[in-house]
Design a protein around this ligand. Sequence first.
Ligand code: GRF
Length: 208
Amino acid sequence: MTHVGVLASGNGTNLQAILDASQAPKSIGARVAVVISNEPQAFALERARKMGVDAVVVNHRDFDTRERFEEKLIEELDSREVDLVCLAGFMRILTPLFVRHYQGRMMNIHPALLPLFGGKGFYGDKVHRAALESGMKFSGCTVHFVTEETDGGPIILQAAVPILDDDTAETLAGRIHKKEHEIYPEAVKLFAEGRLEVTGKRVRILVK
Ligand code: GRF
């Protein structure tokens, strides 16, 4: 059984999707061991508590440096022997210290078809506004391994959705969110099954 630690700063609908999938009869072979938030009021913490999962606040404002903050995150994750870290709307930039510690075993979900509309400054509505302004007919979401390049790690799964003529950032975000909730648990499942083979930027999904 793969132990997952989820880091979330907000609502946590992706966390919920992973929690639901991990407790479904047709399990994904993974169990959420801890949910950590840097925001004491994050609803994600409430979702964890409701499902009987440890909910921990590590408030970045209580630490002098990013590194000290991250050392505490690592302590909370490693004390629970977490195999996989899932970023699910975690709104802190992570330093190489943290990223290297979980190299090859940390994932993120991004609400666009990377490498488009990703990187520093592309978060929340900004991503969807950029997709709308580009004139593209499709956007979507991406689950990728986390590397030191923001939103630049090997892509595990993607799903596309159409961009409609009357879309706003909000309606597009809603359509994408639904797909996020499908592909994030699926990516966790593939990891738990040992089916993700990374070569450079490419991730091959092994058939077992
Ligand atoms: C999602 O849109 C995800 O792609 C991005 O942050 C958002 C988190 O949403 N990284 P939620 O808190 O899981 O509802």
